[in-house]
Design a protein around this ligand. Structure first.
Ligand code: NDP
Length: 241
């Protein structure tokens, strides 16, 4: 039986590449999304991967949706907590709405999506939890106090959860991507990208979503059982923690 993987925010950008790579590697994959039905349909039509619409910030909805995925496909062995948003602005102008939207989607989701799967993983003695944080959670980023806080919080969460579950065959690891050429980064003005971001990346280019997907595959493997509580930087050399 194929292992079952759930990828939150798995229909676009990095998440779509992760879903596809897991499917190609033989996993049974479910991809979550939140609002963009058109993109989710296009993704489903192209990949055949089932898609599940729910807001990762809504604890009740996550619980019922994850139960539905498990009854459709099977108990979740691999959880990729990938869904994330930005609402950038300098902190002295930031609204509480900007702050809480980012904390809700990027950090509350660590609870809402992991809590419904952790007991089953513990009972079965196997689990792989991979969290997509960010370089900006490691180093901080001007204009992203909300996002940096949430992404750093996810790293702390992973380390605690890794300790709690290490003896149960469950690993919890973080990938901290640098700048990847998805819609999230395409929203950055071209001029800012050229003059402010690319010169900071020693490899000299944006990363590709597939490069993050490959890192997820590595951490999700049955053979990766001795790697837990770690943060893997995939950032073209931009920041070496
Ligand atoms: P995209 O904006 O391209 O895709 C985001 C995905 O997350 C979509 O599938 C979207 O669904 C889903 N999503 C957003 N909000 C929710 C929600 N509340 N509930 C469920 N699903 C949701 O993002 P990226 O691929 O660029 O980013 C993926 C992850 O990687 C994020 O956590 C991001 O912070 C992180 N990251 C990205 C970097 C980059 O350079 N792109 C760099 C470092 C980290 P829908 O289509 O319905 O909107």
């Amino acid at each position: 039986m194929a292992r079952v993987a759930l990828v939150t925010g798995g229909t676009r950008g990095i998440g779509a590449a992760i879903s596809q790579a897991l499917k190609n590697a033989g996993y049974a994959v479910a991809a979550n999304y939140c609002g963009n039905d058109e993109a989710a349909k296009a993704f489903h039509d192209k990949t055949g991967i089932p898609v599940y619409k729910f807001d990762v910030g809504d604890a009740q909805l996550c619980e019922t949706s994850i139960r539905k995925i498990e009854s459709d496909i099977g108990p979740i062995d691999i959880l990729v907590n990938n869904a994330g948003i930005t609402r950038d602005g300098m902190f002295h102008r930031m609204t509480f709405e900007q702050w809480s939207a980012v904390l809700r989607t990027n950090l509350d989701s660590m609870f809402t999506c992991t809590r419904p799967v952790i007991e089953g993983m513990r009972e079965r003695g196997f689990g792989r939890i991979v969290i997509i944080s960010s370089i900006n959670g490691q180093k901080g980023q001007m204009g992203q106090a909300n996002y940096s806080a949430a992404k750093a919080g996810a790293i702390g969460f992973a380390k605690a959860l890794a300790q709690e579950n290490a003896a149960k065959g469950i690993t919890v690891n973080v990938i901290a991507p640098g700048y990847i050429g998805t819609e999230m980064v395409q929203a950055v003005p071209e001029e800012v990208l050229k003059t402010k971001i690319l010169p900071l990346i020693p490899v000299g280019r944006l990363g590709e979503a597939e490069e993050i997907a490959r890192s997820v595959l590595y951490l999700a493997a049955d053979e990766a059982g001795f790697i837990t509580g770690s943060t893997l930087a995939v950032n073209g050399g931009q920041y070496m923690a």
